[in-house]
Design a protein around this ligand. Structure first.
Ligand code: ZN
Length: 239
């Protein structure tokens, strides 16, 4: 099966459409949560996902938008965007977000937003975060998002994330791994292009992709919606 693994779309429909156009032939999309929050087009992004064959888990921003968690632990800009998102959602899309599960398993792969131990909140940024996470899933591989930083951690030592190689499929091998595709809608590793992974579950290969998109369109839509300046600015810098 050919799968596009995406995460942290964050209501950025221009970025989402650009990666969809880059998917090629796929059988399913696996979404690692945070479809909404920060950006200007929550309904459009949910609708785009629902038009495809998908699996999707919940992220902290998805739950904040439907008040399943409080925005008390969000920074002020994120909280403002979450509250704005809540006012925009259609009934149907609100129900969709409310119904998202915390984790999903497909074959040898577990999907979680933050970490398999604490899917809503925990960040797997460093080797020691990853090392602590391997006990909390049973499959060979776990895809996570939340940090917005592409990374591959192998068990057992997971000393530091391996930097992804873009545009080249590489074999997953026999180590258990925690893999982060990076963010579609708000990259934070210093480069503004949208990121995702193409996975082939038969050949067991992944390919990191980075895709340019019309950042100024998203920024203009955010300005029109009155979203915080800092959230608009950061898209340009991948911060
Ligand atoms: Zn996120």
């Amino acid at each position: 099966m050919r799968v596009a693994v995406i995460g942290d779309v964050h209501s950025n429909a221009a970025a989402f459409q650009a990666v969809i156009d880059d998917f090629g032939t796929i059988d399913e999309v696996w979404c690692l949560g945070d479809l909404v929050g920060y950006g200007p087009a929550p309904n459009e992004c949910i609708d785009l996902l629902r038009q495809m064959r998908y699996l999707c888990v919940a992220g902290n921003h998805d739950w904040a938008a439907v008040e399943r968690i409080s925005t008390r632990d969000f920074n002020p800009d994120a909280a403002t965007a979450a509250q704005w998102t809540a006012t925009q959602l259609t009934q149907d899309n609100r129900r969709f977000l409310e119904g998202l599960p915390l984790t999903l398993i497909s074959g040898q792969f577990t999907l979680a937003h933050g970490s398999p131990r604490d899917p809503i909140w925990e960040y797997v940024l460093r080797g020691r975060d990853a090392a602590a996470s391997f006990r909390y899933f049973d499959t060979s591989f776990c895809f996570v998002g939340h940090t917005h930083v592409p990374a591959v951690f192998g068990e057992p030592r997971a000393p530091s994330p391996a930097p992804p190689r873009y545009g080249e499929a590489f074999p997953l091998g026999h180590l258990r791994m925690i893999i982060n595709p990076g963010s579609v809608g708000q990259p934070r590793d210093g480069f503004p292009e949208a990121r995702y992974i193409r996975l082939d579950t038969d050949k067991l290969t992944i390919e990191y992709r980075h895709v340019p998109y019309d950042i100024s369109r998203t920024q203009q839509e955010m300005e029109n919606a009155g979203l915080p300046e800092m959230l608009i600015w950061r898209l340009e810098y991948g911060q």
